[in-house]
Design a protein around this ligand. Structure first.
Ligand code: HEC
Length: 87
């Protein structure tokens, strides 16, 4: 009985840890919708198919134009774009 309760607590912490790790601002899909729809619709990047290296240079170019992304967000977005919108 006590063991079961303890296990339950450990699992609860484990799962809340996972949801904390996926904070909304670092989620690639949300970043794409929020930060890449300022100057053109997010449909513009979604219509493109690029390798991770090409996304890296596109996103850097967009940051040069004024896209708001910190280093962590940039990496997370490039990972997401590279996996989702590939040739
Ligand atoms: C500050 C304004 C601005 C923001 C924010 C912005 N873009 Fe752009 N983007 C542009 C402009 C202007 C063009 C068209 C001119 C060009 O291609 O350089 C463009 C064109 C594009 C293109 C088509 C050209 C190509 O290189 O394939 C893609 C893809 C793209 N943007 C992706 C993104 C992504 C991904 C983000 C989010 C990180 C983003 N953009 C955020 C201004 C912006």
């Amino acid at each position: 009985m006590k063991r079961g309760l303890l296990l339950g607590l450990v699992l609860t912490f484990a799962f809340s840890g996972i949801s904390l790790g996926a904070a909304p601002t670092e989620d690639g899909a949300s970043l794409l919708e929020q930060r890449c729809s300022v100057c053109h619709p997010s449909a513009r990047p979604k219509a493109a198919k690029k390798t991770p290296a090409e996304w890296e240079s596109t996103v850097s170019r967009m940051i040069g134009k004024g896209a708001q992304l910190n280093a962590v967000e940039k990496k997370s977005l490039i990972d997401y774009l590279g996996k989702t919108y590939k040739p």
